[in-house]
Design a protein around this ligand. Structure first.
Ligand code: SF4
Ligand code: MG
Length: 317
């Protein structure tokens, strides 16, 4: 007798995801832009963690780096200037099963988005927060950004920036409940990969400031950093970022730093003589807002009604 099979459910086979599975549209950043390196590192992390593309979402604001959701083959949300973090927090609060990445820049995060940056760090929702810091507004063709160094010439300050640069590390470290703070350069792929992998694996908001090359509007600034590794201080520790031997050879200035020390992290962030690279601070015990705020989410309608009535009964006069 002919007929339907008894069970028509689809057989879904486990498969290995390749880098191609995380590729979105063709990246239209300028040739030599550091954003390409960050995209590649994030794709490698996703591939190596075998994260399902449909279980990841990349959220951004406005700026060159904020084009990342178009180029990453996951879900994406290219939002409003400075507003990537509230969108990311909203996604995480309703869909805690999704793996959330945030792509933002120095202008987007450290200027118009400052309020959201501070509060998102305190909420410590589980997401990877990548700040592409090229010290300039690139998309709008060279205005002074909060991290432009003193004397940096832009369209808004043709004779050079007149204020000292904002220090994103000290601000981040000063926020209550901050749980993961790292700094890296885009032009060192092994370090960038290891740092994003550690950030991805941390449960909480992983703040990663990526010092990023903009060869179009900050070429001299980027080249001066790139050509002088002695400007940097590589942080080493068993609980820090696992550095490749090649990375160790590239950075002559190194220091052992225990990332559980908030005081030690502040000292490094305040040090004007060197730019620290690696994991400055890590507190895996910091609570995540989605865990605290989801209590009672699994209650049945009857349980919710009983609970609400109990609360209302307390107001009976
Ligand atoms: Fe990258 Fe600068 Fe070009 Fe923007 S303007 S894509 S930051 S090189
Ligand atoms: Mg910028």
């Amino acid at each position: 007798m002919f007929g339907l099979k008894a069970d028509w459910s689809l057989e879904v086979f486990e498969r290995y995801f390749t880098i191609g599975d995380y590729a979105g549209g063709e990246a239209r950043w300028c040739p030599g832009c550091g954003d390409h390196a960050v995209l590649s590192a994030a794709q490698r992390v996703l591939r190596d963690e075998q994260q399902r593309p449909e279980k990841s979402v990349c959220v951004s604001g406005i700026g060159c780096s904020s084009r990342m959701p178009h180029y990453l083959g996951t879900y994406g949300f290219h939002g409003l200037h400075g507003r990537a973090l509230p969108v990311a927090c909203g996604i995480k609060s309703r869909r805690p099963d999704l793996d959330v990445w945030v792509a933002t820049g120095d202008g987007d995060c450290f200027s118009i988005g400052t309020g959201h940056w501070i509060h998102a760090l305190r909420y410590n929702m589980d997401m990877t927060l990548m700040v592409f810091d090229n010290a300039v507004y690139g998309l709008t063709k060279a205005q002074t950004s909060p991290t432009s160094p003193l004397g940096f010439k832009t369209n808004t300050h043709p004779f050079g920036a007149i204020l000292d640069a904002h220090n994103p590390l000290t601000v981040t470290l000063g926020v209550a409940n901050v749980s993961f703070v790292a700094q890296v350069v885009d032009w060192n792929p092994p370090m960038l990969y290891q740092t994003l992998k550690a950030a991805y694996r941390h449960r909480g908001t992983s703040f990663v400031r990526i010092i990023q090359r903009c060869p179009v509007y900050a070429d001299a600034y980027s080249k001066a950093l790139q050509s002088d590794p002695s400007r940097f201080l590589l942080l080493e520790h068993a609980d820090g970022i696992a550095h490749d031997p090649a990375v160790l050879r590239q950075f002559p200035e190194r220091r052992t730093h225990d990332p559980s020390s908030l005081g030690g992290a502040f000292q490094l962030a305040l040090d004007n003589t060197h730019i620290p690279l690696g994991l400055l601070y890590h507190n895996p015990a910091a609570p995540c807002y989605e865990d605290l705020s989801s209590q009672g989410m699994n209650m049945t309608p009857e349980q919710k009604l009983t609970h609400m009535n109990a609360v209302l009964d307390r107001l009976t006069i």
